[in-house]
Design a binder for this molecule. Structure first.
Ligand code: AKG
Ligand code: MN
Length: 201
């Protein structure tokens, strides 16, 4: 298994302020293929809406929220009540917890159906995730780009290709100081499912 540790040396006050780990082949290809097929079929995917300038718009991806009972999550005005863990989600969670030595009580799933689906600039900094959240992000399906941009030094940017079966962790002050996005792409891409394991307090 290949692990990459990124520490970007910023200027002025921003020393070692991104804390991410990336493992390219966390799941074997064949295991990832099976998991992807199951997640596409079995997850209760939802089309959420957001209010933009007084208009109701479809979120440009499908989402789902699974987790421990009572761990409701709110972002962009969307209130998500957890579906109970499925055996496959629990297996993925256990594998992620073992390697990260962290524990998680919920997972946000995103389904990017094609290149028109995306997630725009944001940080995972909702109050219920605590001060310095550890987030573990597992990807299956098409490779999509995740771009990081520093909040206070916007010329500091970095990109990662999140491949089938990869694991990315984000920790420490990463959410305070960096935003991230999965941009739309004109490349022909098939479906991608991303799972971000979180702890909701
Ligand atoms: O799809 C991804 O890799 C990122 C998803 C994400 O940032 C989120 O759900 O908060
Ligand atoms: Mn995010």
């Amino acid at each position: 298994m290949n692990f990459f540790n990124f520490k970007v040396l910023g200027q002025n006050l921003f020393l070692l302020d991104i804390d991410i780990t990336f493992c390219r082949n966390f799941f074997k290809k064949e295991d990832g293929d099976d998991i992807l097929a199951e997640l596409l079929n079995d997850i209760k995917w939802r089309q959420e809406k957001i209010n933009m300038y007084g208009k109701e718009l479809d979120l440009p991806r499908l989402t789902a929220w699974y987790g421990n009972d009572g761990k409701t999550y709110t972002y962009s005005g969307i209130i998500m009540k957890p579906e109970p863990w499925t055996p496959t989600l629990l297996l993925i969670k256990q594998k992620v917890e073992k390697i990260t030595k962290a524990t998680f009580n919920s997972v946000l799933l995103n389904l990017y159906r094609d290149g028109k689906d995306s997630i725009s600039w944001h940080s995972d900094d909702e109050a219920e995730l605590g001060k310095n959240p550890t987030i573990a992000s597992v990807s299956f399906g098409a490779t999509r780009k995740l771009v990081f941009k520093h909040k206070f030094q916007p010329n500091h940017k970095m990109e990662l290709e999140l491949e089938h079966g990869s694991l990315l962790t984000m920790k420490g002050t990463t959410q305070h100081l960096w935003k991230h996005q999965v941009p739309k792409t004109k490349n022909p891409v098939t479906a991608r499912v991303n799972l971000t394991f979180r702890t909701v307090y």
